[in-house]
Design a protein around this ligand. Structure first.
Ligand code: NAD
Ligand code: G6P
Ligand code: MN
Length: 441
């Protein structure tokens, strides 16, 4: 079998060790000859890089491993770029969450004003790494899960329409695993139908390979418990705040019992509840810095100190194995069925062609082929249209440097109550994002 050369962009990410371990766990399905980490923060990346160097020497000495901040070294001779960058890191995520909260508005990584602020930072960083990839390895594919994926995907559509970038999110994968537990099945035995935008969609069908429909049975469970199932399933999505999120799906379902909701809809449908249950001084960014970031970086330092990765604190992120499924789909033309963020072009029959939507696709060597999801009802369509317009306005504001356009984007966001609040939040975000956003006028 062919062996592949991979670069992980955002090598200093808290997810890097788990994804590397997951790739080692899948090495028979997806052989690797070269693995490189790339980050623009050399110091942060080196902590994980040094530890992974030790781990790979012990567990996979045949893989040529390195880490670098030099784009040419990183992007030369690679087949796949796995991208998970966070422009501005957790310090800026904290601002994205706390600035809106100080105005009584939801502060969230990817939704509402926080997501808009993050999007304005991410676009530049993403275009930069896409350009490196195209310059040094024109045949390379980027598997991108950097957030906010909806805005990043729209920016790719407009600014780099021919780039080989696949935008994907792990939330539907994670939620399907929970659904499979509810009905005592394995996710691989299930096929779904789904429509929406990234972090903004609905399952319309969950069937086994024989065609039995489980949606009513899952709905009954979710109406009582939300998606909260066994507590040990995955660590990232089991922190206290995530447990609350899974539970809240119960209320989302009550509003719209027709379909099974994506958990992120809670920020749009219950923003007041969310604000009342958030803290302006300790947000999700703090929870992550005190939790995942500490755990991962402490484990890395221990490996370096001891000179061995034996009994290390790095754990396999098996949840992320969909990334290998996606790479294999491209590399081996497997025609895997996966939810991807793609240009609509009729997949949702009564929705704009040029909207970036999240729908099931068949993925082969030429990329994703979206599966037709038919017409969608008025309620979901109107919500989606409002949200996708916000995402388009953000990209337009980034390109044109227009204050007015970004103010309109915030004003249109369902999460923000008025144009006045939108302006107040925006003005604070501009100050906090100095040096990250283009100058607006
Ligand atoms: P993190 O801050 O730990 O890691 C991000 C890394 O990116 C940092 O080391 C940072 O220095 C680096 N970086 C920032 N700008 C860069 C640039 N221009 N070029 C190269 N490197 C750059 O963040 P994390 O919590 O581990 O998350 C990483 C990313 O993955 C985030 O965008 C997050 O939202 C995303 N994510 C997405 C999904 C999904 O389903 N789509 C799931 C989990 C995480
Ligand atoms: C889910 C979403 C990601 C998001 C992540 C946040 O996995 O699909 O897009 O980045 O949650 O998780 P965190 O643990 O960083 O709050
Ligand atoms: Mn996501």
């Amino acid at each position: 079998m062919k062996k592949f050369s991979i670069v992980i962009a955002g090598g200093g990410s808290t997810f890097t060790p788990g994804i590397v371990m997951m790739m080692l766990d899948n090495i028979d399905r997806f052989p690797i000859r070269t693995l490189k980490l790339y980050d623009n923060d050399g110091e942060r990346q080196a902590i994980l890089g040094e530890a992974l160097e030790i781990l790979l020497k012990e567990q996979a000495p045949d893989i040529d491993f390195s880490y670098t901040t030099d784009p040419e070294t990183a992007f030369t001779d690679v087949d796949f770029c796995m991208a998970h960058i966070r422009v501005g890191k957790y310090a800026m995520r904290e601002q994205d969450e706390k600035i809106p909260l100080n105005h009584g508005v939801v502060g969230q990584e990817t939704c509402g004003p926080g997501g808009i602020a993050y999007g304005m930072r991410s676009i530049g960083g993403m275009m930069e790494i896409i350009d490196y990839m195209e310059k040094y390895s024109p045949d390379c594919w980027m598997l991108n899960y950097s957030n906010p994926a909806a805005i990043v995907a729209e920016a790719c559509r407009v600014m780099r329409p021919n780039a080989k970038v696949l935008n994907i999110c792990d939330m539907p994968v994670g939620t399907l695993r929970r659904m499979s537990q509810i009905i005592d099945k394995e996710p691989k035995d299930l096929e779904v139908r789904y429509f929406g935008l990234n972090h903004f969609g609905w399952w319309t069908s969950v069937k086994d390979k024989e065609g039995h429909e489980y949606l009513p049975q899952i709905r009954e469970y979710v109406a009582e418990n939300g998606y909260l199932t066994k507590v040990e399933v995955d660590t990232q999505h089991m922190d206290q705040s995530w447990q609350e999120t899974h539970k809240k799906a119960k209320d989302l379902l009550a509003v719209n019992p027709r379909y099974l909701p994506n958990t992120y809809l809670k920020y749009y449908l219950f923003p007041d509840y969310e604000v009342n249950h958030s803290s302006c001084t300790y947000s999700r960014a703090n929870e992550v810095m005190d939790g995942r970031e500490k755990t991962v970086f402490t484990a890395a330092k221990k490996i370096v100190e001891k000179g061995t990765a034996e009994n290390s604190g790095f754990t396999i992120d098996s949840h992320a194995s969909f990334i290998v499924d996606l790479a294999r789909a491209i590399a081996f033309n497997t025609h895997e069925r996966m939810l991807m963020i793609v240009e609509n072009n009729g997949a949702i029959a009564n929705f704009d062609d040029d909207a970036m939507v999240e729908v099931p696709c068949i993925v082969g060597s030429d990329g994703p082929e979206p599966l037709a999801q038919g017409k969608i009802p008025a309620f979901e369509k109107a919500l989606m249209h409002q949200q996708v317009t916000v995402e388009k306005l953000v990209v337009e504001a980034y390109i044109t440097g227009s204050y007015q356009t970004l103010w309109q984007a915030l004003t249109l966001s369902k999460i923000i109550p008025s144009a006045e609040v939108a302006k107040n939040v925006l003005d604070d975000l501009i100050v906090a994002n100095k040096g990250f956003w283009p100058e607006l006028s």
